[in-house]
Write a protein that binds this ligand. Structure first.
Ligand code: MN
Length: 192
């Protein structure tokens, strides 16, 4: 049985980037629904007892993959934010970003552009490969870079439910605003 993660901040702590109303729907309704769906789908599916990463890596396209993927994606998404974030990376991660993109600003610009350019619902990801190299990928639907053998580090949700109450159709504005609440301590822990 999978259960809803507890948020590591209060429901109004990320306002106005993510309002309490958006959080209550996004975490309390959308994520809860994916969990309820997966818990109903798992018995007899052959995926019982596996972790979310294992299910997402092994399940074929379909309802089990979609619901497990959405739970894994949202768990990573909601736990990367803080009302008092470390606002930029340091150490090995900062050095790798500088090496590959030239600057933190250039990295952020490419990440947002790739999120904006996803057609329809999906996720933009920063991941690392086994050598520690970084890659930005676009995943439609419930996609997660673990299916490519990558380690997910950071993600922006571009499903409309993530921003429509606060930003309506202005996806780019919401993605840019998210930089103000990304806690790079969390991203660095995932990288190291
Ligand atoms: Mn979402």
């Amino acid at each position: 049985m999978f259960t809803l993660i507890k948020l590591p901040y209060s429901s109004d702590a990320l306002d106005p980037v993510i309002s309490a109303q958006t959080l209550s729907f996004h975490h309390g309704k959308h994520l809860q629904a994916y969990i309820d769906n997966l818990n109903k789908l798992l018995p007899g599916s052959g995926f019982e007892g596996l972790t979310l990463e294992e299910i997402v890596s092994r399940a074929p396209a379909g309802p089990v993959f979609n619901n497990a993927g959405q739970i894994l994606n949202h768990n990573l998404y909601f736990t990367q934010f803080s009302p008092e974030p470390k606002s930029a990376p340091s150490g090995d991660l900062a050095a790798q970003i500088e090496k590959q993109w030239g600057s933190f600003d250039a990295f952020k610009a490419e990440f947002v552009a790739k999120g904006v350019n996803i057609f329809g619902s999906g996720w933009v990801w920063l991941s690392s490969d086994s050598d520690g190299s970084l890659v930005i990928t676009q995943e439609p639907g419930a996609g997660n870079p673990v299916t490519r053998g990558l380690k997910p580090l950071l993600t922006f949700d571009v499903w409309e439910h993530a921003y429509y109450l606060d930003f309506q159709n202005r996806r780019a504005d919401q993605l840019k605003a998210l930089w103000g609440i990304v806690d790079w301590r969390v991203v660095e822990e995932r990288y190291n």
